[in-house]
Design a protein around this ligand. Structure first.
Ligand SMILES: [Zn+2]
Ligand SMILES: [Zn+2]
Length: 188
């Protein structure tokens, strides 16, 4: 999932639009996401001097498992992409920055401390691989509570059948146990 940024390196403020539609490669961790559709990434990348700013949207469909009925269901992912990519090239001939005309990257930026590199995302050369950040944006956008539908009735706690598909004869005590205890008190 690479974007060619060589034409963006020369002038501060240069911006280009990119449209990608790709799968996540196994190296990035595709086994953690079961894609139903390729990941569509719409990106604007801007030369901000010290870094390239990438902003856009991510759309795809993935498979999740319902926490109530345990069935797989399709989930539409629509999320945002925001990342700044810093050039990591250390030039030998005293050239600075991603831009020759507008050198903005100072020398001290090239001495990357461990703390800074933990937060910043770097690139080198004429391409940026946005895939790791696309992947983590998708992961962060996933719902905490995964249900196939708000109306999902789940599995019967007694016999285990899927109550969306079938009925069973089990007693379904709808009452919260704490409420049931209270009701007992009132009925005395
Ligand atoms: Zn369900
Ligand atoms: Zn049952």
């Amino acid at each position: 999932m690479r974007v060619a940024i060589s034409m963006l390196k020369h002038n501060l403020g240069d911006r280009r639009h990119f449209q990608l539609a790709e799968k996540i490669s196994p190296e990035t961790g595709s086994e953690l996401l079961e894609l139903v559709q390729p990941v569509k990434v719409s990106l604007d990348i801007t030369n901000c001097g010290a870094y390239l700013q990438a902003q856009g949207t991510i759309v795809t469909v993935i498979k999740l498992n319902c926490g109530r009925c345990l069935k797989a269901y399709e989930y539409l992912v629509e999320t945002e992409f925001n990342e700044n990519y810093y050039p990591v090239e250390v030039r030998k001939n005293n050239q600075k920055s991603i831009s020759n005309k507008h050198p903005v990257v100072e020398d001290h930026d090239l001495e990357i401390s461990n703390e800074a590199s933990a937060e910043k995302v770097f690139f080198s050369g004429n391409f940026i691989n946005v895939e790791p950040e696309v992947f983590s944006s998708i992961q962060l956008s996933l719902p905490m509570r995964q249900v196939c539908s708000e109306e999902c009735r789940g599995l019967c706690s007694e016999c285990g059948i899927n109550l969306n598909d079938e009925q069973c004869d089990c007693q379904h005590d709808e009452l919260d146990p704490r409420m049931a205890a209270l009701q007992k008190l009132f009925n005395k």
